[in-house]
Design a protein around this ligand. Structure first.
Ligand code: DX5
Ligand code: ZN
Length: 219
């Protein structure tokens, strides 16, 4: 079984202190940093773009796990690659040609992820599973932190794990949205090996990030 990794979402961080917040996450044992990019079009919220990622890049050596909730996404891939993203995850609904966008991300030597909303079935990306490094299973509808986990996605995680094992695929299974201490074990046991969390990591145990990261990893 792959080591469980935690990718804290900076959507729940203090945006006026993002450089320090990323340092705090790294010192507390985060395995990577989940950067939620929102355009107010693909999702009803707006966050940060390439210029902010570029300035954050010098604050940490950690993997920048960049979740692009933007559409159209293809024409912005280079900007995020140049800004220092390490993993670039896109939503299939945000590109006219998923295969081409995957190739484009790889052309910058970046890892590529595909994100599935709760109502997006695996079969629409079946042909690309062999070509990607990560599947980001959304356990909330994207746009905001602090939402309630949608338990139905557990079945999708189990199916992705079965396909991965049956076909010997390499992709990581990352789950994103409403992850807390009462569902993290279910998500891990279903087959996820990377957990994204914003609210739980920044708010639980009086904001003891180290303790929250360690607790989420427990199986
Ligand atoms: C939602 C984002 C998630 C979110 C996770 O659109 O993709 O990464 O920030 O935050 P919590 O853990 O608070 O649900
Ligand atoms: Zn996210």
């Amino acid at each position: 079984m792959k080591k469980i990794q935690i990718s804290p979402s900076i959507l729940s961080a203090d945006f006026s202190q993002l450089g320090n917040e990323i340092k705090r996450l790294e010192d507390a044992g985060a395995d990577m940093i989940h950067v939620d990019v929102m355009d107010g079009h693909f999702v009803p919220n707006l966050t940060i773009g390439p210029p902010v990622i570029k300035t954050l890049r010098k604050h940490s050596e950690l993997t920048f796990d960049v979740h692009l909730m933007i559409s159209p996404v293809h024409k912005y891939i280079k900007d995020f690659a140049d800004a220092g993203a390490d993993i670039i995850t896109i939503h299939p609904e945000a590109t006219d040609n998923l295969a081409e966008s995957i190739k484009h991300i790889k052309s910058f030597k970046k890892k590529v992820g595909i994100s599935l909303n709760p109502n997006t079935e695996i079969n629409i990306i079946e042909n690309e599973l062999k070509n990607v490094d990560l599947i980001l299973v959304m356990s909330v509808y994207p746009g905001f932190g602090g939402q309630k986990f949608i338990p139905d996605v557990i079945k999708k995680i189990e199916l992705l794990k079965k396909i991965k094992d049956d076909k010997n695929y390499e992709y990581d299974i990352e789950v994103d949205g409403g992850i807390n201490f009462s569902n993290s074990k279910d998500v891990i046991n279903a087959g996820a090996n990377i957990l994204v969390s914003g609210t739980t990591i920044f708010k639980e145990n009086n904001g003891n990030i180290k303790k929250n990261i360690e607790t989420l990893k427990e199986v």
